[in-house]
Ligand binder design. Structure first.
Ligand code: 0RQ
Length: 497
């Protein structure tokens, strides 16, 4: 580790994870690095969880997004989290959010750093960040994600740096750190191309602010990808057919516009489809860079990918580590308020591709809540992109739980993305193009093209009765029946009649 702490005086601050964990106090606001299972601290939270086992107390935990098991799972398992923001995907934490023991703030990721800076959740007591190295000046070289780390370091009273020796030093130079000023002094973010560099290759910090340095050799615990299923393949084919038509119609250049794709299996399948297509010279302005981007680089189809986290499967990570120097030329990591910036996403004209839990017949999208009440993961970056993109696509298989659930419903039981933000819906059944269509036209487009055939008749029946009863109102709904699919599922275990 000594070669990674380049400021000699700082080497005196190297301590064990247990010593650093002793610093935490009940109710502290603890801001950590990490976005997906990338670049989150590991040794310190594991030691903190051990301490909490003997001496139960809770902290408020702020991160970039979800993290790996050494952080969210370890702390949730000892009931160590009181308030959590801005995103999570952990099973144990999810159950604590849904049994009321954890207060969860489900936030647009682009806004979450500002929330820490502006201070209405209290001050940032301590920032804990994973680093590749610390420079002579005390600046922090990040690892596989940036998330909110730079902003948290800026606003924290105290900084603890976990220097992870499993992360290759070659990562240095792969980051562009730009933290915007807050209003009324905010300036335009000067990014006009996905590969523009506008900041520093490190997180600015000073030796005085760093309280402890903790060595760690635990690698990122990234998730394996499931093999691509038939339904996802179909959704990928529909996407490519649609985008090719957009190119033919002159609405997009031959190499498309910068792509954003969500995380998970559908997103991965869609990107895999691009690898096998005729498209080339693609650019990506996204949040999470997964295996598909490495495939696009290897296939010679990707000019550049900008994101905030590099989060491939374990196999993808091994492939990347083998040739960091090569892949680094194509990849850049930014803070999430820049990767997801509404201003930049709008300027670049991003094509946003995200996954829904359910969509309704008018095009509203629920990305977060099962039957309107139970939190799944969170909105993540999907809202940042959906609202501001040039073209906004949402994907979902048309049914879930062996057909007991229709993902197309009369009215979403929770709405994250309104009908105003959604251009295209794609299921394995087909594609609904909502652009230029009024609500009653959209309903027919969605039901006929995207709903599963077994649910189409009852959706059409609902729409027709609502339309007649309300005498063709602008957005016809039978209010007493709008959530009847969900009620049926709760009462009878299936949305089918
Ligand atoms: O449950 O795991 O028990 O089988 O939800 O569904 O189809 O495997 O899809 O893994 O891509 O997740 C929207 C949750 C989809 C995710 C969501 C059940 C289904 C399964 C998972 P099981 P799939 P995915 C980038 C942008 C919001 C944030 C976002 C997500 C499980 O993509 O969290 O997009 N997105 N951020 O059976 C009940 C329904 C259901 C349902 C699916 N209608 N009712 N259960 N399921 N539909 C990420 C970041 O910002 C970091």
């Amino acid at each position: 580790i000594l070669d990674r702490v380049r400021n000699k005086a700082l080497q005196a601050k190297i301590v064990t994870a247990e010593e650093a964990a002793a610093f935490f106090k009940p109710d502290m606001n603890v801001a950590m690095s990490g976005f997906t299972a990338s670049a989150y601290p590991k040794a310190v939270p594991l030691a903190l969880a051990e301490r909490m086992k003997k001496e139960p107390f809770t902290i408020n935990l702020w991160t970039g997004a979800s993290t790996g098991p050494e952080l969210d799972e370890a702390l949730a398992a000892v009931h160590g989290i009181k308030k959590r923001l801005p995103y999570q995907t952990d099973k144990i934490l999810r159950s604590e959010i849904n049994d009321g023991s954890v207060d969860y703030l489900d936030l647009h990721l682009s806004e979450s750093a500002q929330l820490g800076r502006c201070g209405y959740l209290g001050k940032t007591d301590v920032a804990v960040v994973e680093a590749c190295a610390i420079t002579e000046e005390g600046n922090i070289i990040p690892t596989t994600s940036l998330g909110n780390a730079a902003s948290y370091v800026q606003s924290a009273d105290v900084v603890i740096v976990e220097v992870n020796t499993s992360q290759p030093l070659d990562l240095e130079g792969m980051h562009d750190v730009y933290v915007p000023m807050d209003p009324p002094n905010r300036l335009p973010i000067p990014i006009v191309k996905a590969n523009d560099r506008v900041g520093t290759p490190y997180i600015p910090c000073t030796p005085e602010k760093i309280k402890y340095i903790v060595p760690c050799d635990i690698p990122d615990h990234t998730r394996p990808l499931k093999p691509i299923d038939e339904d996802s393949k179909k959704m990928s084919q529909f996407t490519l057919e649609f985008l090719n038509k957009e190119i033919e119609a002159g609405r997009m250049p031959k190499n498309l516009l910068p792509l954003q794709s969500g995380v998970g299996n559908v997103a991965n399948a869609v990107i895999a489809g691009f690898v096998d297509s005729d498209l080339k010279d693609l650019t990506v302005y996204t949040e999470v860079i997964q295996d598909g981007m490495l495939d696009l680089i290897d296939a010679g189809k990707l000019n550049f990918a900008s994101g905030t986290a590099f989060s491939p499967s374990p196999e993808g990570m091994a492939r990347f580590y083998k040739d960091v120097a090569k892949y680094k030329k194509y990849l850049l990591l930014r803070p999430e308020e820049i990767s997801n910036s509404p201003e930049v996403v709008h300027r670049l004209g991003v094509i946003a591709m995200n996954t829904a839990i359910e969509v309704d017949i008018y095009g509203n999208v629920n990305s977060t809540h099962i039957t309107g009440t139970k939190m799944m993961n969170g909105i993540g970056g999907s809202g940042d992109f959906a609202r501001n993109a040039y073209l906004t696509i949402f994907y979902t298989p048309s049914i879930a739980k062996e057909g007991k659930i229709s993902a197309v419903v009369p009215f979403c039981s929770h709405i994250d993305h309104t009908e105003h933000d959604v251009d295209i819906i794609i299921t394995e059944q087909g594609i609904a193009d909502l652009r230029g269509k009024a609500p009653r036209e959209r309903a027919l487009e969605i039901i006929n093209n995207c709903a599963h055939p077994s649910y189409r008749p009852i959706l059409l029946d609902y729409f027709k009765r609502a339309d007649e009863e309300l005498k063709h109102a602008h957005t016809p709904h039978l209010l007493h029946e709008a959530l009847s699919f969900h009620e049926r599922f709760i009462e009878k275990g299936s949305m089918a009649k």
